[in-house]
Design a protein around this ligand. Structure first.
Ligand code: 9G3
Length: 572
């Protein structure tokens, strides 16, 4: 069955709507892969769907090889399940909620922990039936406040989500490692440049959470990785080691109050006092669950709110309001500081690097005043010194002798050790070999199928269009007769198409009565790995094979064509 381009629904575009900001979004539309129906909601056109199906096949192959079993869960999820897990209230407008005709409440599934845990709870009760790893490839709904970047941040998207159930933590580790390995294979096979980075477990809790990040400049996430070893973590998680020694107070003059009218930001302070930001100690009042905390970081560093949250194992962390700050410290933000604070009333936690400040500036807890020559330890006490700041480029790697470098990435995969967070809440227990009831130990593993397609385009394009890795290209080969009106060319092109198709290759035959230039432009835009051009050279039994990625062109005898094409495809 020959797929003729004149028949196929591939609406390519010369120009794109201005709201397509990034390359992959523009090319998605221009190459006729998808069309937006509404903000963050897309139709996958035939070419785009072929790519998604190839990605899904690779995912299925690796998941099945890892022993996972595919099922398909509903998108309509009863609210009761989310009430059992306690998440019905936890999520805001991002969770798409609806009522059925009987006024029963449902959610459109953003993820399926509740559904799969209730299924396994009801169907499995013996250790003999564990471990088990169930997965699906299905549409998810998350009502993002600001969908953007085409398929990278949608409100409806295709995810592979898997859930493992084990009897022991050791079992979970084994399941987790199997998934980690499968993910490495998957992202390698689809042709992505990626890194697995340590991530923060967030509200899900537990340890050993990794994000698989596709490296690309438009990625919203920052990855910190070591120039030397394997260390890589996202900005929330990356650990900052303190190798300094606390500065002594030797020779530091006594503290002095200085009048700094209207000087409240670090930049204004460094400007007006002519000092380095590293000799300022920033004091930030945070509400951490139901208590207030005064957090200190050096003026040239940024507080990491995730680290603050994890320090207190808190659910919610937010900056205190101006009124709360005034109430607690008697001064507006920008003039607060640790000196004279009653640490029984207001706990003071400081990032380790605050200890480097020998002779520092802090707010005086009085509007328009700061304190100079402040020495931590001499002039104020701290309840806890710990790692509270964001890592920065140039910092030492915490795990190896390397130095930290930043990269931007798009999260395409995420593996979590859930442990008993859902199985406990929903009563997923099993009888162990001694007949005792135990709670199942879970892991969950997601891959953004539609997001992979966008990330691959982001990483594989040039000024002429997409450059598909062979593994997920919508077709293997583009066959183009220069002049379809010339029988010899058209017949040869059709013969070649038949021959390659019979050999199992997927061929897109451009039978359109367009000028050669138009056909070549569209071929470069659509980006199939190989293009075979049939010209008047066919009279010598020769065609041109062109490699999309490198632009290399080869004159190949028709008799050698199949072998040549198969050999080249294997390398692309
Ligand atoms: C929600 C909404 C959005 C969400 C979630 C729940 C993200 C939510 C985290 C996960 C964890 C893993 C299984 C596959 C891999 C990821 N956004 N997450 O739980 F209600 Cl509106 O989805 N789930």
């Amino acid at each position: 069955m020959v797929l003729k381009q004149s028949q196929l629904f591939i609406p390519t575009l010369r120009e794109v709507p201005s709201d397509a900001e990034i390359v992959s979004h523009k090319l998605l539309l221009r190459a006729g892969l998808a069309r937006q129906l509404a903000s963050g909601i897309y139709t996958y056109l035939p070419l785009g769907l072929r790519v998604l199906q190839k990605i899904q096949q690779i995912v299925r192959d690796e998941m099945n090889r890892a022993g996972a079993q595919e099922l398909l869960m509903p998108t309509m999820q009863p609210a009761e399940l989310w009430e059992q897990s306690g998440r019905w209230e936890a999520y805001g407008p991002e969770l798409v909620r609806l009522n059925d005709r009987h006024s029963r409440r449902f959610a459109l599934g953003p993820t399926h922990e509740e559904v799969v845990t209730s299924l396994v709870r009801d169907e499995i009760n013996s250790y003999k039936k564990l471990p088990i790893n169930l997965y699906q490839i299905q549409t998810k709904f998350r009502d993002e406040v600001r969908p953007r970047f085409g398929l990278i941040r949608c409100r409806e998207f295709i995810m592979k989500d898997a859930y493992s159930f084990d009897t022991t933590e050791a079992g979970l580790d084994k399941s987790f490692q199997a998934m980690f390995a499968a993910y490495t294979n998957i992202f390698t096979r689809v042709g992505l440049k990626f890194r697995a980075v340590e991530a923060d477990a967030g509200s899900i809790g537990g340890t050993g959470t990794y994000e698989f990040m596709a490296l690309c400049e438009i990625g919203e996430d920052t990855i910190a990785y070591s120039t030397e070893g394997e260390y890589a973590a996202n900005l929330e998680k990356a650990e900052v080691v303190y190798k300094g020694t606390p500065a002594t107070a030797d020779g530091v003059p006594a503290m002095a109050k200085i009048h700094t009218p209207g000087v409240r930001t670090i930049d204004q302070l460094t400007e007006s006092l002519g000092i380095a930001a590293s000799s300022i100690i920033k004091s930030l009042v945070y509400r951490v669950d139901d208590r207030f905390v005064l957090a200190l970081v050096r003026g040239d560093h940024e507080l990491n709110e995730t680290k603050l949250k994890n320090l207190y194992d808190a659910v919610d962390v937010s900056m205190a309001s101006e009124a709360e700050v005034k109430e607690l410290l008697g001064a507006p933000p920008g003039f607060v500081g640790p000196v004279g604070v009653n640490t029984d009333k207001l706990e003071i936690v400081a990032d380790n690097f605050v200890q480097d400040v020998a002779d520092g500036i802090v707010g005086a807890n009085e509007a328009d005043y700061h304190l100079a020559h402040v020495h931590p330890g001499r002039d104020f006490q701290v309840n806890t010194f710990t790692d509270l700041r964001n890592i920065m480029e140039g910092d030492d790697s915490p795990r190896d002798g390397g130095t930290i470098v930043f990269a931007r990435g798009v999260e395409v995969g995420h593996v979590f050790k859930l442990k008993t967070k859902y199985s406990e809440a929903m009563g997923a227990t099993f009888l162990d070999e001694n007949g005792r009831s135990q709670t199942m130990i879970m892991g969950c593993y997601g891959i953004g199928i539609s997001r992979i397609a966008a990330a691959v385009i982001e990483q594989n394009n040039d000024e002429n269009g997409i450059i598909w890795p062979a593994a997920i290209a919508p077709f293997d080969v583009h066959v183009i007769p220069i002049n379809a009106k010339v029988d010899e060319q058209r017949q040869a092109a059709e013969g070649i198409t038949e021959q390659l198709t019979k050999a199992g290759l997927e061929v897109l035959f451009d039978d359109r009565a367009e000028r050669a230039g138009v056909k070549f432009k569209d071929a470069d835009l659509i980006g199939l790995p190989l293009r075979i051009t049939v010209s008047d050279k066919i009279s010598e039994g020769i065609v041109e094979v062109r490699i999309r990625r490198t632009g290399e062109a080869f004159e190949v005898r028709v008799d050698d064509l199949l072998g040549f094409v198969q050999a080249r495809l294997a390398q692309l």
